[in-house]
Design a protein around this ligand. Structure first.
Ligand code: GTQ
Length: 360
């Protein structure tokens, strides 16, 4: 190894050094040099594990919570997707919290707001609603719904079928910054001031209200319906611009500034055609995937050199850790469609994000 690449090694200890460390510790001081080797790794060594949550199993366990806890008492009936590499913190990645939320027919998850931002990726719903900032939206499978920072939101289900969605929140990031605030609304439901579909009409049709100026940190569109996203992918595929690792991949965008739809969470939708065998890829943003259509497997190379094979089917959720080589393969006779979410916008804002492709 050249001198330039030599990494710092922790200096040996000695009785004099140990006595010195003990002495300074009572003054709230610590030596950097004993810890520098831990802090300066040549590349990320994520604690996050590659994991799959099978929807049918998780759903059955979520249903078992119904007789145990009401939505009133729980406020949100959510089972967190707890990555075993990050315990005891119930997080899905180092920066994100994930959960499966259930609202039964007739229930209301009461209105509140928090500085953490949330996305809802709808898995099962026949038209249950969420209300955000004075507007209600119906939720359908595959819809990507946003609850921006500090917006009132309540969820309700006036249908006769349960609604279940994947929650992804930036709670660990907001907590790291000690910027977490929460407030309850005086009523269960917030006052609805605008018709459903208002924000999609205003901001989501390739148009903006005339003389619109400024840019919202979070997209003013708060429901990106799956029907439209799916249609975009289906039309795009005719040109056959398949990326060797990602198939056809789109990112959700804030139309007021061209950035990601959320400031802290990047969201994506990709189509992998039947028979797809992707090339290996890695990036610094640990990514949560939610399967909408199709079946396949994602092979992640572990840091110990052992491959982890995650097989998935419709409605399953899986995680690829940061900076881990992986490839997607579609199995079976259908195309696959995957939604994904990561902290990429944060990393890109601070110049941290990197990606790497095999065979290049
Ligand atoms: O629906 O507002 O998964 O406040 C965690 C905290 C969902 C919500 C979560 C929340 C919510």
């Amino acid at each position: 190894m050249s001198q330039l690449n030599a990494l710092h090694q922790a200096p040996a200890t000695s009785p004099e050094r140990e006595a010195y460390y003990a002495r300074i510790s009572s003054n709230n001081l610590r030596p950097l040099w004993t810890n520098l080797a831990n802090l300066s790794k040549p590349e990320p060594v994520p604690a996050t594990k590659p994991v799959v949550w099978r929807y049918e199993e998780a759903r059955a366990l979520l249903m078992e919570a119904v007789p145990l806890i009401s939505v009133e008492e729980a406020e949100r009936r959510v089972l967190n997707l707890a990555n075993p590499g990050l315990l005891p913190r119930p997080q899905i990645t180092n920066s994100l919290m994930g959960g499966l939320q259930l609202v039964l027919p007739g229930e209301i998850a009461p209105a509140h707001r928090h500085t953490a931002s949330a996305l809802r990726f709808v898995i099962e719903s026949e038209g249950a609603y969420t209300a955000v900032n004075g507007e209600k939206t119906e939720m359908r499978p595959g819809d990507f719904v946003i609850t921006p920072c500090w917006n009132w939101h309540d969820h309700g289900n006036e249908t006769d079928k349960p609604v279940i969605w994947l929650d992804v929140l930036d709670v660990p990031l907001v907590s790291l910054l000690d910027a977490a605030f929460t407030e309850s609304y005086p009523e269960d439901r917030q006052f609805v001031q605008r018709p459903s579909g208002d924000s999609l009409a205003r901001y989501g049709s390739g148009l903006l209200p005339v003389n619109y100026s400024g840019s919202a940190v979070t997209s003013p569109i708060f429901n990106y319906p799956y029907a439209r996203t799916r249609d975009a992918l289906e039309t795009m595929r005719r040109v056959e611009e398949w990326d060797p690792s990602h198939g056809l991949k789109l990112q959700f965008v804030n139309p007021t500034n061209g950035q990601f739809a959320m400031a802290t969470i990047g969201t994506f939708m990709q189509l992998l055609p039947k028979g797809f065998a992707g090339e290996r890829y890695r990036s610094t943003d640990a990514t949560v995937f939610s399967v909408i259509e199709g079946s396949g497997q994602t092979v992640v190379s572990g840091t110990d050199g052992v491959d982890v094979v995650m097989t998935w089917g419709p409605k399953d959720i899986f995680v690829v850790p940061a900076w881990s080589w992986h490839r997607h393969e579609v199995l079976g006779s259908d195309d696959a469609v995957l939604f994904s979410a990561s902290d990429r916008p944060v990393q890109q804002t601070f110049g941290l994000w990197r990606e790497d492709r095999a065979n290049r």
